[in-house]
Design a protein around this ligand. Structure first.
Ligand code: AQP
Length: 341
């Protein structure tokens, strides 16, 4: 059966990149697939998180999912740490993945920076936990932003190596040729990699020290308007064709954001705005962003006023997630050769 899994880290303000790259896809997929959406709190602590702040952010991300339109009854919405099978399977994957594979991960290199000796072991092993998140549910599809492509490839490598290494045992236990699916990333549309509003060469990110680099889901209309107006651009008017966006990263980014928010193609947007100047385009972009994000921010605010209602959603989702993951883990333990009662 086809199943979707994806996660978002509770590490700070959710922004337009998380929204367009991931959360809007979660909503679009919920009618067609059996979907599991996770607040990956165990990933968050690979870098230091203030405990009280972390709790708050876990609830905020949950509220954001719901405010954006994810239905927690139809789908499973939960936080990772409440389902112990993620950590259990991650250990087994630590023993499947090779050091050489992890050494190639660019996100670790970026996040660890120059002081690599001081990075947590968890930050290094992060992709193995991510593989466990996905494969604990034997998910077939994962909607993510472009930055997660390499980690998804690693997930496939782990699944494939597990399937190969244990092929005899997998067959002997009646699971046929392969136990884990080779999960497909779902990365599509005009905004799979939203860039910083201040620098078209850097991705929009929660950890950028400048708040002007991103539009937060919680920003009000004034903040959105100010940030878009101040967004970096070049002095030329907009091109009429997509070709003309080459070498103009800031223009390309804003056109991509516009297209994604309006659910149109970039070519279509340029058909309307080609030849016009940025001030005109930005004004339309502000209207579009405020119309779409305004109600989401307001709904997030309303939902986070009742933390116990959010905790109840997470508890319910965790129980339903665990019921699936526990079966995967039983099978994996049998395949690996562990003794269990
Ligand atoms: N700029 C982006 N454009 C498109 N998609 C993005 N995503 C993140 N940034 C962009 C996608 O959002 C989902 C959740 O991301 P995450 O919070 O799990 O991890 P992240 O990539 O580390 O997020 P940030 O905002 O970039 O945080 P920091 O600053 O900590 O590095 C994923 O599907 C991701 O692809």
């Amino acid at each position: 059966p086809e199943r979707v899994f994806s996660g978002v880290q509770p590490t700070g303000n959710l922004h337009l990149g998380n929204y367009l790259g991931a959360i809007t896809k979660f909503v679009a997929l919920q009618d067609r697939y059996d979907c599991i959406y996770c607040v990956v709190d165990m990933h968050a602590i690979t870098v230091w998180q203030e405990p009280e702040e972390l709790k708050k952010t876990i609830r905020e991300v949950t509220a954001a999912f719901i405010a954006c339109g994810v239905d927690p009854k139809k789908n499973i919405v939960f936080n990772q740490s409440q389902v112990p099978q993620h950590a259990e399977l991650a250990w087994i994957f630590n023993c499947v993945a090779r050091l050489g594979w992890l050494n190639r991960m660019t996100q670790f290199k970026e996040k660890a920076g120059k002081d690599r000796e001081n990075a947590s072991v968890g930050l290094y092993a992060y992709p193995n936990l991510m593989a466990a998140d996905i494969l604990a549910y034997r998910a077939t599809h994962v909607p993510v932003g472009d930055d997660q492509k390499q980690h998804l490839e690693l997930t496939r490598d782990i699944a494939q190596k597990f399937n190969n290494d244990y092929a005899t045992s997998i067959a002997a236990h009646g699971y046929g040729d392969t136990f884990f699916p080779l999960t497909e990333p779902l990365i599509a549309g005009p905004a799979t990699r939203v860039m910083s509003l201040r620098d078209g060469s850097k991705k929009m990110s929660k950890s950028d020290p400048s708040d002007y680099s991103r539009i937060n889901l919680s920003d009000d209309a004034d903040a959105i308007a100010q940030k878009v107006r101040k967004a970096k651009t070049d002095p030329e008017p907009l091109p009429s064709e997509e070709e003309g966006l080459k070498g103009r990263p800031e223009a390309e980014n804003l056109v991509g954001i516009f297209a994604a928010l309006a659910d149109r193609t970039r070519a279509d947007v340029l058909g309307d705005y080609g030849g016009r100047n940025f001030s005109e385009f930005k004004a339309a972009l502000v209207d579009l962003a405020v119309a779409q994000l305004g109600p989401i921010g307001a709904e997030m605010k309303r939902l986070t006023q009742d933390p116990s209602a959010i905790d109840a959603i997470l508890a319910d989702g965790s129980e339903r997630a665990e019921a699936i993951a526990v079966e995967t883990l039983k099978a994996v333990k049998d395949i690996v050769g562990f003794v269990r009662h």
